[in-house]
Design a protein around this ligand. Structure first.
Ligand code: XMP
Length: 516
């Protein structure tokens, strides 16, 4: 079994970044909600160390979350981050109080003592940038601890109990705004917990293949293929594991981009000899979505319709009992309040929160614990051509979530044409690989314009382009104005039905990448 780090989640919106940083250090990690963790589950998980996440609650409140008390007697190294540091202090006899001087955003810590956490990065006497987000403050640390870094607002910005290997930081080392944060986490996993870093993609691939073989046996599997990197990686991984027992199904939802269905089939057939069927379900999806404008309702209908189509296709291939899909870790985190945990649901990704309760097939989701950039690494490991690996993500619900309000065939056609022009310009300008994802959103708003000598009353569209590493946070892409002017001109001239173009300059958070 791999070396593992357990992350106990107290509901911070950035807990998943802790998992990323731990995995980047070559150590497997999982996030478990605080309310599901007991001494027994920790023993069963057998971690080399435990990280306590941040969270929105206040340690000073009544009945707010705590780590299981027995955790501190298990002899495991522990790193408490923000709320995690505070609850560790409180549970070990220290004191946390509400404070008037809250610290949010960039801050600077003074490093006052050496500490294993700072090895190779910070030395005594320096001032270092970190990212803070806290209201309460620790006013007394438990016996055995010493302060190792301070800020004006947090006299215990970092603390250490070297004998027990307990550490706490008030700042967030998992976010990029703490420039040496990744190294601090690696110091914890390697130097303090003694991990060697045995989690690599080739091992992951081998293990997933054995797991799939064990799960499927002689059974048949259908795999939903969209042509995006996730489902392509799943298809190739499954094919490696079970060969001809696999049939891929490309569902034409009627909400795909222009030429997409044709292009995906061509691309796949050129490179792979894997069984692929096309399920033409456009009429079904569009029919069910008629008159529906609530984003979550749309997502649920789409999730359920996908399953109807897959169940039908499962019969057609002689009774497949397994459905494979390219669900990613962020889909899981954002869709469900993490396995019943304390963070809130952002949106129901179609293949997780959008799944119907009644479902006859068993799911195979080999990427469920991976982030997008990890999937790309796995794709390269599996020898997928760059044309697959480098494709922009495209959501399962497709253009339906890029048409706020109700959808119609006419609107879909307008959106498809505008989207095609936009991506064509991006590719021609050599920007495709610099951008994580770019698309057009067609707004349910009409405005007045003048074209030639005539009045127009047509739709407005918004262009969206973002940079990101994993889709969890994103910045809008900073196009130059010439480029935007060119796209705007082309869309208005070439796409009937649009007379105004805007550019979305919202990052994530506070926005999400898609509009719905
Ligand atoms: P958001 O909009 O949540 O998107 O910031 C993050 C990434 O996920 C994609 N996305 C989805 N992908 N099914 C998918 O397969 C979905 O239901 C879904 N919703 C969002 C989105 O395109 C972006 O890359």
């Amino acid at each position: 079994m791999h070396e593992r780090i357990l992350i106990i989640d107290f509901g911070s919106q950035v807990t998943q970044l802790i998992a990323r940083r731990v995995r980047e250090s070559g150590v497997y990690s999982e996030i478990h909600p605080f309310n599901t963790v007991t001494v027994e589950t920790i023993k069963a998980f057998n971690p080399k160390g435990v990280i306590l996440s941040g969270g929105p609650a206040s340690v000073t409140g009544i009945d707010t979350p705590r780590a299981p008390d027995g955790l501190f007697d298990m002899g495991l190294p522990i790193l408490g981050i923000c709320y995690g540091e505070q609850t560790m202090c409180e549970q070990l006899g220290g004191k946390v109080e509400e404070s008037d001087s809250r610290e949010f955003g960039r801050a600077y810590v003074d490093v006052i003592e050496d500490c294993d956490l700072f090895h190779g990065m910070w030395t005594v006497g320096t001032k270092e940038q970190v990212w803070m987000s806290h209201g309460d403050k620790i006013t007394k640390i438990p016996e055995g601890f010493r302060p190792v870094a301070v800020t004006d607002g947090a006299p215990f910005a970092a603390i250490a109990n070297d004998a027990k290997h307990f550490y706490g930081v008030q700042f967030h080392p998992e976010v990029v705004h703490t420039p040496h944060g990744a190294q601090l986490i690696e110091n914890f996993t390697h130097r303090i917990c003694g991990c060697a870093g045995d989690w690599t993609m080739d091992k992951f691939r081998e293990e997933e293949i054995s797991k799939i073989r064990a799960q499927v046996g002689e059974g048949r599997v259908i795999c939903g293929l969209s042509g995006g990197v996730d489902s392509s990686v799943v298809a190739v991984l499954l094919h490696e594991a079970i060969g001809d027992q696999l049939t891929c199904v490309l569902v034409d939802t009627g909400m795909m981009r222009k030429n997409e269905v044709k292009d995906v089939i061509k691309m796949f057939k050129e490179h792979y000899d894997i069984k692929l069927v096309l399920a033409d379900a456009a009429y079904l999806f569009i029919g069910k979505l008629e008159g529906v404008s609530d984003p979550e309702k749309k997502r649920k209908i789409i999730g359920a319709t996908f399953i109807d189509v897959f169940e039908e296709e499962a019969k057609n291939v002689g009774g497949a009992e397994f459905l494979a899909q390219g669900t990613l870790y962020p889909d899981v985190i954002e869709s469900v309040s993490f396995t019943g945990g304390p963070s809130v649901t952002i949106k129901s990704h179609h293949n997780v929160g959008g799944l119907p309760e009644r479902m006859n097939m068993k799911l195979i989701e080999p990427l469920r614990e991976l982030f997008k950039d990890e999937v790309r690494v796995l794709g390269r490991e599996l020898g997928l051509p760059e044309s697959f690996v480098g494709r922009h993500p495209f959501p399962g619900p497709g253009l339906a979530i890029r048409l706020p309000g109700g959808i119609s065939k006419e609107k879909l056609e307008i959106l498809r044409n505008a989207d095609w022009v936009y991506l064509d310009e991006i590719k021609k300008s050599g920007l495709y690989d610099e951008i994580w994802q770019a698309f057009v959103v067609l707004l349910p708003v009409q405005t007045v314009g003048v074209m030639g000598d005539a009045r127009t009353y047509d739709f407005v569209c918004a262009l969206r382009a973002v940079t990101s590493t994993d889709g969890m946070t994103a910045d809008f892409y900073h196009f130059d104005m010439e480029f935007l002017a060119r796209v705007s001109n082309r869309i208005i001239n070439e796409v009937k039905g649009i007379n105004r173009v805007t550019y979305d300059i919202t990052s994530k958070p506070p926005g999400t990448i898609e509009w719905e």
